[in-house]
Design a protein around this ligand. Structure first.
Ligand code: GP9
Ligand code: MN
Length: 619
């Protein structure tokens, strides 16, 4: 320790052990040294051999950068329940709007990652006051020996695993090194493997093939049961922030949580088994998926990769049919890179924070009531101009941590809900529903109700993560009569109202679906066939489905007609859930064996979707 090389190396070793213990809830000193310290030692040895002066500064800089990355990883994992990639960490500045929720997750012990600064100050004071001496460094031969070994180990680690597919970033990091897996990730992203043949082939042929893989016999899009049933109607799509399906028709002490939606589903097509499929891009990924029916990347927000490209989409195909297209969201337009995303998706115009202002702010932005009122002003203008329109409204108030001001709390909840996440969530959803009720009324008053298809879906779950305490889990368990499961968590409502169609024959449809399926379902009703390959399917036509979710579940997790299957991850063995009763299935001994074929089929679909998206992004 009388030498800075060892001082920093030992500090970094302690931190790496701490990090692995936190991220993986176990630690292994040998793995920490083999996988992580080999890379740190490599960097330090380079400093030792090639730098003459100011080595301490270089050690300190490397130490601080890595410590900040470690802290970032720990906090990120608490919020998103997965280890971030280097790319996610670079985007942490994007977290502006949700930083309140994130700040709640930082613990005082996290600052231990910077405790060595204190120790360093003590050393410096000892040098200044007591004349304590540090040696200049390690000898050149020792440094060269460290360098050779560290380089050898890091190279072995990288080359052995660089061709493996990263199915679960956390599990992969645990097994093959946190820093190593970041390098493998970067390598996999950048190596030119994707074949674009798929993307450039005839779109219809490809879409049929995807349909077949899912177990369907493809039917011509124009021959689907409801094709064009709502032709030339306006389209209003509401993306409801953090709205889960379980609140629909739920009552607490006789009070409905979503009275307006409950009324509305009775005149709509209500898809009860639809699941979120977003990745790291959360809200913005949901916007991307619904408008394109292309899989998001998973560990990277698709919007962050967009800069000037033209993505085939619902706004584009409707635009070609003479629709005017616009999207509305009350947050800052630069959040999630939406100023680039919206033009890439082909929206004619967008309305964001500078349009909605900061009246009646709740949480991140103006309340949903203000949002819908101001959006309505534009919809009425569109209506007056006589051109059919597609408007997407992305709500905001029902966002974590779901704390509603007193005057917006409409529920009288039992005492045990007081101050809990689930209590706050129910109040907040009840408010979101109230605002939706007002929007529905305004649409009726304006005469838009009868000539617009209106669809609504949740972008992702709200009841999850570290804010979810044992008491919440208990309340949810009591509410459902069974434990809160992954099915309960990822199930979002998807409701489609088509005047003259769904109101004549309202249905609750149990077919398994995902956010990918929304675009083809809606486009089919409107009688507009997408002219590009897409990865979802019309839920009013096809009954068999095979859908994936990456990032929030390990790659290889899938939904089919009956189950949600999640392969082994760093924390859990493979799991199975029954979509029908939403509960975990415990009887199957080796679920991997049952779903191997489905996993392979899904990986094939991912490969095609990723190749297509890469092709679009590079154009
Ligand atoms: C931010 C808002 C919320 O603009 O849409 O985003 P989220 O945190 O849910 O991704
Ligand atoms: Mn969201």
């Amino acid at each position: 320790m009388r030498n800075y090389f060892f001082f920093f190396l030992i500090m970094m070793t302690i931190k790496v052990i701490m990090l692995r213990a936190t991220l993986f809830e176990n630690y292994n000193i040998a793995m920490s040294v083999w996988y992580e310290i080999s890379i740190v030692a490599l960097l330090f040895a380079v400093v030792e051999l090639w730098q003459r002066r100011g080595k301490v500064i270089s050690y300190l800089v490397i130490d601080m950068i890595l410590s900040s990355v470690f802290l970032g990883m720990v906090v990120y994992q608490r919020y998103f329940e997965t280890i971030p990639t280097y790319f996610d960490l670079l985007q942490l500045n994007q977290l502006g709007s949700v930083s309140d929720s994130i700040a709640l997750l930082i613990k005082p012990t996290d600052f231990l990652y910077f405790a060595d600064i204190g120790l360093l100050i003590v050393v410096v004071l000892l040098i200044k006051i007591k004349g304590y001496r540090m040696t200049k460094g390690i000898s050149k031969p020792v440094a060269a020996f460290v360098l050779m070994n560290a380089l050898l180990i890091s190279t072995i680690n990288f080359t052995f695993y660089s061709s493996e597919r990263i199915m679960d970033q956390t599990l992969f990091s645990e097994q093959h090194g946190i820093l190593n897996s970041q390098m493998i990730k970067a390598y996999a992203e950048n190596k030119p493997t994707a074949s674009y043949v798929f993307a450039t082939k005839d779109a219809g042929v490809q879409t049929d093939e995807i349909s077949r893989i899912k177990g369907n016999i493809p039917v011509k899009f124009t021959d689907h049961k409801y094709f064009g049933a709502a032709k030339d109607k306006n389209l209003i799509v509401i993306q409801a922030e953090s709205l889960q399906d379980f609140v629909i028709n739920l009552k607490i002490d006789g009070q409905e949580i979503t009275p307006n939606l409950n009324k509305w589903v009775k005149e709509s097509f209500y898809f009860t088994n639809v699941f979120q499929q977003i990745g790291a891009g959360n809200t913005s990924d949901a916007e991307f998926i619904m408008n394109t029916s292309i899989y998001p990347k998973g560990d990277v927000a698709v919007s962050s990769l967009i800069d000037g490209q033209e993505i085939p989409s619902l706004p584009r195909i409707l635009g070609e049919q003479g629709y005017r297209t616009a999207t509305f969201h009350a947050d800052d337009i630069t959040y999630w890179n939406r100023d680039k995303l919206y033009p890439a998706l082909g929206f004619d115009e967008y309305f964001a924070k500078n349009y909605f202002g900061d009246e009646d702010v709740v949480g991140i932005g103006p309340s949903d009531e203000v949002f819908y009122q101001k959006s309505m002003k534009q919809l009425k203008k569109f209506q007056q101009q006589g051109q059919p329109f597609y408007a997407q409204l992305v709500s905001l108030t029902n966002h974590t941590p779901f704390e509603m001001p007193e005057d917006k709390q409409y529920l009288d909840l039992p005492a045990e809900y007081e101050g809990t996440l689930i209590g706050n969530y129910l109040q907040s959803v009840r408010y979101a529903d109230e605002a939706l009720g007002q929007l529905f009324q305004s649409l009726q008053d304006a005469g838009l109700w009868d000539n617009s298809v209106i669809a609504l879906y949740g972008d992702h779950s709200g009841v999850h993560g570290r804010l979810l305490q044992d008491e919440d889990v208990k309340l949810l368990g009591d509410m459902f009569g069974s434990p809160y499961s992954l099915i309960d968590r990822f199930n979002v409502p998807f409701i489609v109202y088509a005047p003259g169609v769904s109101d004549k024959n309202p249905q609750e449809i149990e077919t398994t679906g995902g956010q990918l399926d929304m675009m083809p379902t809606i486009a089919n009703l409107l009688g507009v066939e997408p002219n590009y390959v897409y990865f979802g399917q019309n839920l009013l036509q096809y009954e068999n489905n095979l859908l994936g979710m990456r990032y929030y579940l390990g790659t290889g997790s899938l939904f089919n007609n009956d189950i949600l299957y999640t392969p082994e991850t760093s924390k859990r063995t493979a799991r199975l859930y029954n979509i029908g009763d939403k509960d975990m299935v415990s009887k199957v001994v080796n679920p991997e064996d049952y779903f191997e074929q489905n996993v392979d089929q899904l990986l094939q679909i991912y490969d095609w979707s990723d190749a297509y998206l890469n092709y679009l992004l590079e154009k």
